[in-house]
Write a protein that binds this ligand. Structure first.
Ligand SMILES: [Zn+2]
Length: 370
């Protein structure tokens, strides 16, 4: 079983005033939790639990004009979860201007008929872009930076019984090609930050806040859509995926900072494991260290290394004479390090009985995928 969130845009602008009113009431509950929690901590040196907050906020739903106590309870529970997660005594204050609208609900309190969702006595029409794929558990109404409202439904989804993919793939995350698989397939897209930088700069200089937000939203949507398509394609092909543990925080301090942020490796890392799980595959982290410098055919440290070696896209190993494409070689090593056939420090493959270095499979020439 896994949980999948379906997100739909809400159609009418007229219904937004109800959503704004409810979001305001929820901010009020959140700020109350924050304040009363802080007072309790100062007095007793102990945090209030979700149960304490439920008792303190009981019976307020009528005054706050929220459907039921469950929404208020959900806000209290969420507050406690976030406080524990981020280990903060005082959480940020939710205000209409600063925080995007958020209204959580439970499945029992909403009704979805055709393209209309009914909640708290109000009807909201959606752009039902695709049908729900599973049983509805919980959900929420949320607002984005452009002020648009969405409804999110979290559904229980059944996982595939048998692995859909057949391959074992090592995956190298990079900047020239965002993703390279060990079987030679590469996935790349244009650098969005570079593509939109001129129009963005123009909008910012002209103080056009709305336009700036729209450009940022466009970039986010393109990036997310591309990542979804690519991760789904990989999850369908492979039963084992090993992703390199390249650190974007380290690279963000180099001249490659902009490209690193644009590559958004975090999205891939987040999407691939759950897609793998749905298709009965496995996605694990592998070692990135020495993956470029090691020859994936003989294991010698003969490849390009350091900042100077970054421009080298293809190279020939002087020890075994095999020609390598930089990223494919790295992806093959990431898979090999994981399976124990080689180690990052020594780089010498552990040969099985009767196996010769020369007979190890030679990497295929890279194939570009649009
Ligand atoms: Zn070699």
């Amino acid at each position: 079983m896994s949980i999948l969130t379906y997100r739909y845009r809400i159609k009418d602008a007229s219904s937004e005033k109800h959503l704004r009113q409810m979001a305001g009431a929820i901010n009020y509950v959140w700020n109350y939790c924050n304040e009363v929690g802080l007072l309790a901590f100062r007095r007793d040196k102990a945090f209030l639990s979700a149960y304490d907050l439920h008792k303190l906020t009981a019976g307020t739903s009528k005054d706050l004009r929220l459907s039921a106590d469950t929404t208020i309870q959900q806000v209290c529970t969420e507050y406690v979860t976030r406080r524990r997660q981020f280990k903060k005594v005082k959480w940020h204050w939710r205000a209409k201007k600063r925080s995007l609208g958020w209204i959580p609900f439970k499945a029992a309190y909403v009704r979805l008929t055709d393209d209309t969702v009914t909640y708290c006595g109000h009807r909201f029409r959606l752009w039902l872009s695709r049908p729900l794929g599973g049983a509805l558990k919980t959900g929420s109404f949320t607002q984005d930076a452009q002020g648009r409202w969405y409804v999110n439904f979290q559904c229980d989804m059944a996982d595939a019984a048998e692995p859909v993919g057949r391959l074992d793939l090592g995956i190298d995350l990079g900047l020239t090609h965002q993703l390279t698989c060990s079987d030679g397939v590469q996935y790349s897209r244009a650098n969005l930050t570079r593509h939109y930088k001129d129009v963005l700069a123009m909008a910012q200089r002209a103080h056009k806040k709305k336009r700036t937000k729209a450009i940022h939203a466009k970039m986010t949507n393109v990036r997310k859509d591309w990542s979804h398509q690519v991760t789904t394609a990989i999850a369908r092909r492979a039963k084992l995926m090993v992703i390199g543990d390249v650190s974007s925080t380290k690279l963000a301090k180099t001249p490659f900072a902009k490209s690193t942020y644009d590559a958004a490796w975090g999205i891939v890392r987040r999407q691939l494991p759950y897609k793998a799980k749905q298709l009965a595959g496995v996605c694990v982290d592998g070692h990135e260290r020495c993956s470029s410098v090691t020859c994936s055919a003989c294991g010698a440290h003969s490849g390009p290394s350091g900042l100077r070696g970054l421009g080298v896209r293809t190279w020939v190993c002087p020890c075994c004479g095999v020609m390598h494409e930089r990223d494919v070689n790295a992806a093959r090593n990431i898979l090999a390090f994981r399976s124990g056939r080689a180690t990052p420090s020594k780089g010498i493959p552990v040969l099985e009985a009767g196996e010769d270095v020369k007979t190890l499979p030679v990497p295929a020439a890279p194939r570009a995928v649009p």
